[in-house]
Design a protein around this ligand. Sequence first.
Ligand code: NAI
Length: 726
Amino acid sequence: MSEPTTIRWEQDGTGVVTLVLDDPRQSANTMNAAFRDSLTAVADRLEAERDSVRGVIVTSAKKTFFAGGDLRDLSRITPDRAQQAFDSGMRIKRDLRRIETLGKPVVAALNGAALGGGLEIALACHHRVALDNPKAKFGLPEVTLGLLPGGGGVVRTVRLLGITDALLKVLLEGRQYNPARALEAGLVHEVAASEEDMLARARAFIDAHPESRQPWDVKGHRIPGGTPSTPKFAANLPAFPANLRKQLNGAPYPAPRNIMAAAVEGAQVDFETAQVIEARYFTELATGQTAKNMIQAFFFDLQAVNSGAGRPDGPEPRTVRRAAVLGAGMMGAGIAYSCARAGIEVVLKDVTLEAAERGKAYSAELLEKAVARGRTTEAERDALLARITPAADPQALAGCDAVIEAVFENPELKHQVFQEIQDIVEPDALLCSNTSTLPVSLLAEGVKRPEDFIGLHFFSPVDKMPLVEIVKGKRTGEEALARAFDLVRQIRKTPIVVNDSRGFFTSRVIGRFINEGVAMVGEGIDPASVEQAAGQAGYPARVLSLMDELTLTLPRKIREETRRAVEESGGSWEPHPADAVIDRMVDAFGRTGRSGGAGFYDYEDGRRAGLWPGLREHFTRPDAEIPFEDMKERMLFSEALDSVRCLEEGVLTSVADANIGSILGIGFPGWTGGVLQYINGYEGGLPGFVARARELRETYGERFAPPALLLEKAEKGEIFTDGPRG
Ligand code: NAI
């Protein structure tokens, strides 16, 4: 056993032992091997010195109380190490249990965030006092990484809150609470105003409860709200799996299912047996591929992307003080809101003042809702709104150090608006366009300083969507790229950086998904089945409904432009099987999508009212059956393969950008870990993926041919990665 260095033992003259979590090798405490050893040593010592110990305070010397599991360790657990994973989980559970049942009061003094394993340690304490720090978060977010809390978190939240609340408020969504909300939710007992106050309260609890025990260790304890053997509860039980199925829509996320099983099964047995059940369900998840994919994307890749892997090192960081947003339509209004929320002064310009004011009214609406829900205060609302100045006169843009253009998708108009303002804004203002399809390099030709011109592609609705795709034009300078990156971080969004190309990365790749779904309709497959395949593959949006949202005329326009460009450059143009379906929908049936009132779906008062029955009549053929698995994989493969081509062509320059951009921007299913992690994690690895792509190509067409880069990596035994990792 190594030295117990990660938990410091401090004892005062009054018999109170303070256990200070303080891993000397890391900036945050995690459940690594050193911690496990330290915990065992501490439990041994507490038992040995029991008579001289009056109580225990558990706190931390780091900014956060405890960060949780060691994700690098966790992502290395292979199926052949299942027993080892099970044993090490059981060991932590047993050691926490030994401290919990010592017969002495144990208090968690939560000086900062306690997420995952951190909250599990706190839950094993009899009393929890949280420091009132609005940045501190408490919760069990394991589900968001495809895991379940394996340190007793399921067992204890169920006993503390009851099955229903434990599942809905804590476990299934991985919700995170600030101290005040954690108090309301029953996760902590007290909130303290200062560190001193926190420790004083901890000591007061020890003084008042010399023989503290957990509620579940008191004879006669019943789980709040009952258990499956209680008649009233049992009557509601069938609703749980049904609701879960509805929520997941058949998407392959194993964690919620395991969490529910651990909670319900664990509630019907004694504490120790429940711990074993939890450990089994945990091990199953930890050894599986989904958790590995999700840890890679939502932890490692996200961290890499946000920490500036895509930002050039040279330029000094800069902050934007006053931004011009051109065009106060749907996107401009959302961009103005996001900038103002981050403290930036915004001049929101449209053709008329009325239009600009309508754009500002959008922020007012969002803020009204936020105030009503207690998410912001009236004072904050007023301050934010005061930062947005609607304008029609270009002169109002004087002093702006960044411009974000979001007028209609028309290159001449975009040139014109930049010309109108380029001599009014600051002489070195950053010039950004939110174009979703036009080449950034082409737009840059219309401004005096093309080196300061860059694409900043937001997603709709801007206030909710976390991603911004930064598009570097041919002449965009390093300074502009760094400033665009800093601006995206300033407004608290996640930036990926791509090189200019038709549709960039996101619009191009999501087009493959949509085309694949539409092509299936053309093959005569039942459209309801196509929609279901998208859901079961894990896509948050159904493919045909997404086509309707984007409008059917848009891909036609893009197709024509691309065809012209390809043919002009001497290339040959391959039509996609989806093209004919879209043409027929628009030309023969006049169905252009939601904005036109009719598309693949019927609409009533702008709301979807079911798939258009005409699809079955005009397209569906009863003999057009293909395996359901093929339907799902055609969607997933078409996007993954095109992402490899984006990497090959230099549109993408990083694997992390591909994974994060695909999940956060265009709804590629999170369980895959993103477009390229999906390939890494496919059964049989890259060679397995290649073999399957060849099968799909054989049956469905050349578009599934594995690109050279994929073949090369598969042959060399490599995976898609930006460098050394977990
Ligand atoms: P929109 O039609 O809602 O808004 C465009 C606004 O620009 C209108 O308010 C219009 O009055 C204004 N405008 C027109 N000429 C102007 C001028 N000379 N000066 C100032 N304002 C002027 O369009 P939306 O959807 O907001 O799109 C704007 C841009 O964002 C387009 O380039 C679009 O391709 C892009 N985009 C759209 C996304 C979407 O989901 N709708 C997603 C990402 C980018």
